[in-house]
Design a protein around this ligand. Sequence first.
Ligand code: NAP
Length: 294
Amino acid sequence: MADVAQVEREIPLNLYRHGAPLIVRVLANRRLTPLDCANEVHHVTVQFPDGAFPFLEGQSAGMAPPGLNARGRAHVPRLYSIACDRDGEAGLANTLSLCVKRVVFKTESGNEAHGLASNMLCDAQPGDELPMTGPAGREFVLPDEPTANYLLIATGTGVAPFRGFAERRAKWPQEGRGKMWLFFGVQTHGDALYGDEWQAFAQDPDFRVTYAFSREEQTADGRRMYVQDRMREAGEELLAFVRGGNTHVYICGIKGMEVGIEEAFGALAQAAGVSWPELRQELRLAGRWHLEVY
Ligand code: NAP
């Protein structure tokens, strides 16, 4: 097994901070969701000077909106997961991509308001310069363990880091390579971010994707279909996957999803006469339980 301390020492961390960001240039900006989809999500690729921003899969980059906040200070950067592997977008060195949903919401007074960072990124044009911080995060990185199995559970744009995970895994030698199983919850088929890419990865029978379309599918008792419901359906097979002793679990997305996921694991474990709290504690102590929700 990899020496965790050794791996951690090699994680590039916070090379650029609020007040001293790296200036990056927008290379491309493409809308991922179709025009008739209620959610507008973009895949934004930026380029930076040679070797200036090393990162690992699962880390994040910060983007600060222009201007000042209500207290007259520069806005703090908003974190976005890096959505490609360490080699850059499509293998292009010195680039990375972010997966950004345009945030539009109603204020208490009923006016429409726009998220500053998300709208800046969704509107970014090739050639624009943006201030970037990071790389951030050391708990959610993909370890260099090709023979491990990976259970990935995502909602919405929380799938961003898993694109990097899948790209990295595809470069590991096939001989002895572990399995990757992605549970992905979105509202509609149009929201299935990177759907073609998951399908291509799934040409490998050891890569699997299980969707939950919350606004198009229902549970037997008439609720919206969520990832945790699909996990319950996966039953013993999923529990065996997690109990194998060689599996990392990563959960990324909307805050609160972890509650339903805990309940699903609890039910699966109980049906098999296993203690879920003990199993989760084992995963935690082994550094195999990774959660990033916000
Ligand atoms: P979203 O479209 O609002 O939701 C995605 C799916 O999750 C929908 O099907 C939604 O169902 C479902 N859902 C809602 N509550 C749930 C729950 N308690 N348990 C399980 N599923 C639930 O997602 P989004 O707007 O893309 O937001 C994703 C979240 O990931 C945000 O909180 C974001 O901050 C976070 N995140 C983003 C990044 C990034 O790089 N952009 C990285 C890490 C995390 P319904 O809407 O039909 O109820």
